[in-house]
Design a protein around this ligand. Structure first.
Ligand code: SF4
Ligand code: SF4
Length: 329
């Protein structure tokens, strides 16, 4: 997973809800426009300048406004693993400080069956993320279950790409068979992207190198946590671009964002107690109708008081995590 890009606006397209084709195209055009604008503006205005930060916050607000309404379809994500084979500073998934954690296939299957019942087997998209998903020894089972439950849904997974060329032939064949597309986050590490694309072509797999080749510098962003929990709820929420876009399902629970879903690692590693209350999560197996999920997702959560979204720090030079609390606060 990577930090939000932009004038913060266009995260990955897999995080979007389902609108009409026309609305979706308009939004994609808008996001592409902003992405291009951002990629060019960083060549002139340094990412760590106040002006760039101000522009980013305006972008965040605009983006948040666009996404803070009730959904009509879900873009659902799961973590295949919560640890990673890279160790990026400020990782928004908390992977550098996460214990080795693999998705439990049995509970995942139950969750997917329930989700399919609620949604009539239709999601706007389903994405598998991490950590690094390819570290999961049963990654193909994860894709297979997703395809069984959601035959027509766009399914993708997010990877740093390091392990892709080490995956066996059966992996490529089955990704092709399940129509799973691959989103590779663009980090300043060497991966043989041409060879990966070639493999994708052979097996008819869509490959997206997220960030594209025109992004001049790969930098990290930090959305600091306020461990005291003193942020005004509405302010955190009003500039949060994760609402309705980073929905995470884990062990029978739905989380509005990956920050809440992953905070256990932060608490455990730094001996903190950022509290997740009953209102922060939705018990999937108690849900009777999908509209309960939509309603849950588009409201601020008590946990938002820990999110200092306005304090976003931009342009942090990419590097290894030292696992110090300042990377997340
Ligand atoms: S440590 Fe792994 S999950 Fe985190 S940003 Fe880096 S590649 Fe992504
Ligand atoms: S806790 Fe609230 S403000 Fe923070 S990322 Fe999640 S939804 Fe957004």
């Amino acid at each position: 997973m990577e930090n939000d890009g932009i004038l913060a606006v266009a995260k990955k397209s897999t995080f979007r809800g389902l609108w009409t084709v026309e609305q979706k195209n308009k939004s994609l055009n808008f996001d592409n426009l902003l992405r291009n604008f951002r990629n060019n503006i960083v060549k002139i205005i340094p990412e760590n300048s106040l002006l760039f930060k101000w522009m980013t916050i305006q972008g965040l607000k605009m983006n948040a406004k666009k996404h803070h309404s009730s959904l009509t379809s879900l873009a659902m994500g799961v973590y295949a693993t919560e640890h990673c084979n890279l160790n990026c500073k400020c990782c928004t998934a908390f992977s550098p400080i996460a214990k080795e954690t693999f998705l439990n296939i049995e509970s995942y299957k139950k969750d997917m069956v329930k989700l399919a019942e609620l949604t009539g087997g239709k999601l706007s998209s389903f994405y598998v993320t991490g950590g690094e998903p390819l570290l999961h020894p049963r990654i193909l089972d994860i894709f297979g279950i997703a395809r069984d439950c959601f035959p027509e849904t766009t399914i993708s997974f997010m990877t740093n790409g390091i392990l892709l060329l080490k995956m066996p032939k059966t992996f490529w064949e089955q990704c092709g068979q399940y129509a799973v597309s691959i989103n590779i986050s663009r980090y300043p590490i060497h991966i043989d992207i041409e060879k990966i694309k070639e493999k994708g072509k052979v097996h008819n797999i869509k490959i997206d190198y997220v960030g594209g080749s025109d992004v001049p510098v790969k930098s990290m962003w930090k959305y600091p946590l306020d461990v005291e929990g003193k942020q005004p709820l509405s302010r955190s929420y009003d500039i949060c671009s994760q609402i309705n876009r980073c929905i995470t399902m884990k062990e029978g629970k739905i989380y509005a964002c990956n920050t809440i879903a992953g905070i256990g690692h932060f608490n455990q590693y730094f001996n903190k107690e950022l509290e997740i209350t009953e209102e922060d999560v939705l018990e999937l197996h108690k849900v009777k109708e999908v509209k309960e999920i939509y309603e849950y997702l588009c409201t601020p959560k008590p946990f938002c008081k820990y999110c200092n979204r306005k304090g976003v720090v931009l342009g942090i030079q990419y590097g290894g995590s030292k696992r110090e609390i300042e990377e997340w606060t």
